[in-house]
Design a protein around this ligand. Structure first.
Ligand SMILES: [Zn+2]
Ligand SMILES: [Zn+2]
Length: 176
């Protein structure tokens, strides 16, 4: 499928108008920088393949996305690269992404022209599949709750009479 030159955040693909007709289908191969507005930066491009099909009532987007997100360990705050491998099966609408009137229901807007813009679809998919918490290692010792030292690099000089910092999130969770 021909596509605009170069990589860019806009994720636009030429469609030759086929998607405007019921049964119309277009396949977009992605190898782009991520869209803006993500909670965490991406380490590499967003790759994948999305097939768009006009079902009459909406545009079905079906395929997969892969990328790597740079998050922070929930315990020690060191950077952690998190691979994302996402299956996509979403209903979209042919509507201007920046239209003041959002499309009906849960549909994700695409451009209704000779090109389609997948950036909003990709942004929503990445947001939906971003883990809430990641760890740099299953046994990460975290930060000292008193002095903030990274306990993976050795003990600090604080008195270790408090609760094991690894249990802190559990303690916060149960509100004790
Ligand atoms: Zn860690
Ligand atoms: Zn300490």
């Amino acid at each position: 499928m021909p596509r605009p030159e170069g990589r860019g955040v806009i994720m636009r693909y030429e469609l030759f108008g086929t998607l405007n007709q019921v049964g119309g289908r277009a396949v977009c191969d992605l190898d782009d920088e991520g869209p803006e507005g993500l909670e965490w930066p991406l380490v590499g491009p967003v790759c994948g393949r999305i097939a768009l099909t006009n079902t009459g009532s909406s545009i079905n987007a079906h395929g997969y996305l892969k990328t790597v997100m740079r998050m922070e360990c929930s315990r020690c705050l060191q950077p952690v690269e998190v691979p994302l491998d996402i299956e996509v099966n979403e209903e979209c609408a042919l509507a201007q992404i920046d239209s003041p009137q959002p499309p009906a229901g849960d549909q994700i807007p695409l451009l209704d022209e000779a090109t389609v813009d997948l950036s909003e679809l990709v942004r929503q998919m990445l947001g939906l599949h971003t883990p809430l918490r990641v760890l740099c290692a299953p046994d990460c010792k975290g930060l000292c709750p008193h002095c903030g030292a990274d306990l993976n690099r050795g003990k600090c000089n604080c008195k270790q009479d408090d609760i094991d910092p690894r249990l802190m999130p559990l303690k916060q969770l149960t509100g004790q």
